[in-house]
Design a protein around this ligand. Structure first.
Ligand SMILES: Nc1ncnc2c1ncn2[C@@H]1O[C@H](COP(=O)(O)OP(=O)(O)OP(=O)(O)O)[C@@H](O)[C@H]1O
Length: 273
C-alpha cells in the first residue's frame, strides 16, 4: 500500500476542496509496442465534471481504466486524495487498497449497463449489494435505501423485485447509476454512459447526472465522443489524440476557441454535421 501525506492536507469528511482530488503526471500505458496513452498530466478538483473527448482510439478508455483500477500503468503518477485527506498513488498502491477505494470512494458506470449490473439478481439486490459490501447487514434498511435510490433514478418502486434484463436500456443505465451511487462515492468514472440510447432517453440521463453532480457535489470523469454531451455536462475538458492530451481547459473555452489544430478540426467537423 502506498499512502502519502501532503503537507498541506486538511482532512475532513468530504475531503478538502482546496486539494485536487486527482493529480496525474506522466501517466503512460502501452500495449506491446502500441501506445494506449502517454505522458498524461492533469488535475481534477472535488465536485468537478471533467470530460475526456477525442476520436476513437485516442486513449480515453485506457486513461479511465488506469485511474479506476482495471488497467495497470507502465509509468507515471496518479495521486488520489481520499475522504480522510490521505493521498494514494494509484499507480503503485496495492490490490487491497485499490479494492477499498473502489468499494468506498469510487463508482464506475460502463457504456453497456450489462457490464456494470448483475443480471441474474433483482433490481433491488443490484442496489443493495454494494451496501452489503461496505458492511450493511439490516435487511429492512438495505431495502429502504435501495427503494430510495430506485426512486431517485426514476425507476418505479414496483419494479424492485424484477430482474434487470426485463428493463429497457435507459432503465438499465439508471439502475447501474443507482448501484454505483448508493454507497455515496466521491468520484464516478463514466465511459460513454449515454452511448446507444435514443435521444430523449439520453436527455433524461444527462439531466440526472447533472442533478447528482449539483446536488451531491459528486465528481465525475466522463469519457464521451459527443461534444454536445461534453458541453452540457463538463466543467472542463481534456482533448486526447493518439494517446496524448493535446489541449485542456474550461469547456466553453475549448469548444468556442480551440487552440490546437486537432481540437479545431474536432469542433468544426461537429459544426458541419
Ligand atoms: N487490449 C488492448 N490491446 C492492444 N491495444 C489496445 C488495447 N486496448 C486499447 N488498445 C489500443 O490503445 C489505443 C487507445 O485505445 P482506447 O480504447 O483507450 O481508445 P478510446 O479513445 O477509448 O477509443 P474508443 O472511443 O474507440 O473507445 C488504441 O490504439 C487501441 O487500439
Amino acid at each position: 500500500m502506498t499512502v502519502m501525506q501532503r503537507p498541506a492536507a486538511q482532512p475532513s469528511a468530504a475531503g478538502s476542496p482546496d486539494l485536487p482530488l486527482l493529480e496525474v503526471s506522466g501517466l503512460t500505458k502501452t500495449y506491446g509496442g502500441a501506445i494506449g496513452c502517454t505522458e498524461v498530466d492533469f488535475r481534477m478538483w472535488p465536485g468537478e465534471v471533467l470530460g475526456i473527448v477525442g476520436e476513437s482510439g485516442s486513449g480515453k478508455t485506457t486513461l479511465l481504466g488506469l485511474l479506476s483500477g482495471s488497467l495497470v500503468a507502465d509509468s507515471g503518477q496518479a495521486l488520489y486524495s481520499d475522504r480522510g485527506g490521505r493521498v494514494h498513488d494509484l499507480v503503485t498502491m496495492g490490490e487491497a487498497e485499490r479494492r477499498r477505494l473502489s468499494r468506498e470512494e469510487w463508482g464506475v458506470v460502463h457504456q453497456n449497463p450489462r457490464d456494470g449490473l448483475r443480471l441474474d439478481v433483482s433490481a433491488g439486490a443490484n442496489v443493495g449489494e454494494p451496501l452489503m459490501a461496505t458492511g450493511a447487514r439490516h435487511y429492512g434498511r438495505i431495502r429502504d435505501r435501495a427503494l430510495d435510490w430506485l426512486t431517485r433514478v426514476e425507476i418505479d418502486a414496483g419494479r424492485i423485485d424484477d430482474l434487470p434484463k426485463t428493463f429497457s436500456g435507459g432503465m438499465q443505465q439508471r439502475l447501474q447509476i443507482a448501484r454505483n451511487l448508493v454507497i455515496g462515492p466521491r468520484l464516478v468514472f463514466m465511459d460513454e454512459p449515454t452511448g446507444g440510447l435514443d435521444v430523449s432517453v439520453q436527455a433524461r440521463l444527462l439531466d440526472l447526472i447533472r442533478e447528482l453532480n449539483a446536488g451531491l457535489g459528486l465528481s465525475v470523469m466522463i469519457v464521451t465522443h459527443d461534444l454536445a454531451v461534453a458541453r452540457l455536462l463538463a466543467d472542463r475538458l481534456m482533448v486526447m489524440r493518439r494517446g496524448r492530451v493535446v489541449e485542456q481547459g474550461l469547456t466553453d473555452q475549448i469548444l468556442d476557441d480551440p487552440q490546437h489544430p486537432y481540437t479545431q478540426l474536432l469542433v468544426s467537423s461537429v459544426l458541419q454535421v
